[in-house]
Design a protein around this ligand. Structure first.
Ligand code: OOG
Ligand code: MG
Length: 274
């Protein structure tokens, strides 16, 4: 009997499913391949299916030795929602493989088309389990607040995707770096914490924490409540990236990016070499 082989990137004979999309996304990530969104061929790939794929690939990441270190929120600001054409927030996983040491350049060799965005980052002191978590309860579980840069890297060509596609793709996760100082949340008014986005010496954008769901604590509450539906809680020690405050900027080789926060200091990122 002839064995049917399929070219890399091609749908299986019966069409895409959770297993095959998950495998294909990890292959694209590992081999730096960009592709069209799966919903072009599988329109039924909705948000819930996307989360099943995301969870399956978290298992794969853990099986290959990565450690779960927290969660990230995607599309929590209007700037991000408008740019990406997806108009609600969602949650994805962070592993230790995504941590970028302070001062390291953008890891171009393992990324496809990195972009950088400023984020307010929480380190959790206490467990936070939804449903029904409020912003105030969420903030009471935070140990420290940091400025950060997330380097996103969609596996989809031109960052074109629907909600299902991007949830499946672990919300374009790539790498993240945190800033010089962490403060207790009681020392900051996070809705007024501002950031200036500087690229090659020019300030190209700015926002305050209020851009993120009115207050980044709302994004944290949303993550806890959303994860509860998927059978998870936010654990002590976890890192939570609350979502890009502004649109992301390109971070190609040679670029020099800095995010200057009012009280959380400046975070610098060098585009490195191609
Ligand atoms: C999706 C990831 C969004 C954020 O902070 O909004 C995200 C994307 O923009 O590719 O990380
Ligand atoms: Mg982000």
């Amino acid at each position: 009997m002839a064995t049917v082989t399929r070219a890399p990137g091609e749908a299986p004979a019966g069409g895409w499913d959770v297993e095959s999309v998950a495998a294909e996304l990890l292959r694209c990530e590992d081999e730096q391949i960009e592709r069209p969104p799966f919903t072009d061929e599988w329109p039924e790939l909705d948000l819930d299916t996307g989360y099943q794929i995301q969870d399956l690939n978290l298992r794969r990441r853990l099986e290959r030795g990565e450690k779960l270190v927290g969660v990230k929120l995607g599309l929590t600001s209007r700037a991000k929602q408008q740019r990406m054409g997806v108009h609600f927030p969602f949650v994805a996983w962070l592993t230790d493989a995504m941590i970028l040491p302070v001062g390291d350049p953008v890891p171009q060799s393992r990324l496809i088309h990195p972009r950088a965005e400023p984020e307010i980052v929480f380190v959790m002191g206490e467990k936070l389990a939804g449903p029904g978590v409020s912003c105030a309860q969420a903030m009471a579980a935070v140990e420290s607040v940091w400025g950060g840069i997330e380097i996103i890297d969609s596996r989809y060509r031109d960052f074109r995707f629907t909600a299902g596609d991007v949830a499946a793709d672990n919300a374009s996760s790539g790498a993240f770096v945190t800033g010089p100082r962490g403060l207790p949340p009681s020392e900051l008014d996070l809705s007024l914490e501002a950031v200036l986005v500087e690229v090659d010496g020019v300030v190209v954008d700015s926002a305050t924490g209020a851009a993120v769901q009115g207050h980044p604590g709302e994004a944290l509450a949303l993550a806890a409540n959303d994860l509860a539906r998927r059978g998870h809680a936010i654990e002590p020690g976890w890192i939570v990236l609350t979502g890009g405050m502004t649109d992301a900027v390109f971070a190609p080789p040679g670029a020099s990016v800095a995010m200057h926060f009012t009280h959380l200091g400046s975070v610098f990122l060098n585009g490195g070499e191609g």
